[in-house]
Design a protein around this ligand. Structure first.
Ligand SMILES: [Zn+2]
Length: 241
């Protein structure tokens, strides 16, 4: 088709992973992304990075946050996005507290990583119009929510952005194969998760198999979430930030 919309470099498909919380398992996870030339978006809580904050997962495993010293070099080449300052249940907060959680995290991450931070991923799954308005007011370009799209179609509501599928989903392989086979215009496949799940559920081989399969298809371009959002905005002539 003459007028088919494309991603950069004439590509028809893009792949991204968006992972939350900035945990120690991201060291292994980022190494895998780098091995296959893929790109991630890492959603961090800057208020929990000072002292390798830790908590006990229901599986009994202790999950540790990455320190600032480890995180800054690790995520080179990948997107850093906000996930609030301290990972609160946002529906319990006043508007002023929500704005602080968003704006302090953004400012901290921009300072730590020395770059602009425009993405936001909602902690837990509490989201509302009130929170969305705070996200918009705080200068973000998109908000990734906790629901899956289970679709490869570009998201059109950037402040209710859904990734395709959670990485522990039993249909992950099936969706990956469907993505490789689809010829739909501007197909996006975006996997969401926390890398500690890969330890807890012993899914490292499974995710590596997916990465190997994606990387073998040269029509698939690895992009970060913000790169995808900004490209979609430019295609639709919407340059509003
Ligand atoms: Zn989280």
């Amino acid at each position: 088709m003459m007028n088919q919309k494309r991603f950069p470099n004439g590509k028809t498909k893009v792949f991204n992973v968006t992972y939350d919380d900035g945990v120690l398992q991201d060291v292994r996870f980022v190494a895998l992304l780098n091995k296959y030339g893929l790109k991630g978006t890492f959603n961090l809580n800057s208020g929990l990075m000072e002292s390798e904050f830790e908590w006990t997962h229901e599986s009994g495993r202790v999950i540790k946050r990455l320190s600032i010293e480890k995180a800054v070099p690790l995520y080179q080449g990948h997107e850093i996005a906000c996930h609030t300052l301290t990972h609160p249940y946002m529906h319990d907060l006043s508007e002023q507290e929500i704005l602080h959680e968003l704006q302090a995290d953004k400012a901290n991450l921009e300072k730590l990583f020395g770059r602009e931070v425009k993405g936001f991923a909602v902690p837990f799954d509490y989201y509302s119009e009130r929170i969305e308005n705070c996200v918009r007011e705080s200068g973000f370009s998109y908000a990734r929510i906790s629901q899956e799209s289970r679709s490869f179609a570009p998201q059109t509501d950037y402040f209710n952005w859904k990734a395709t599928v959670f990485h522990t989903d039993p249909e992950l392989e099936q969706l990956s194969r469907q993505f490789i086979e689809t010829d739909q215009e501007l197909a996006i496949f975006q996997i969401v998760g926390h890398s500690y799940d890969l330890d807890v559920e012993e899914l490292w081989d499974r995710i590596e198999n997916i990465f190997r399969m994606i990387a073998a298809h040269k029509e698939i371009l690895p992009m970060t979430t913000i790169e995808i959002v900004e490209h979609l905005r430019s295609l639709s002539g919407d340059n509003q930030q």
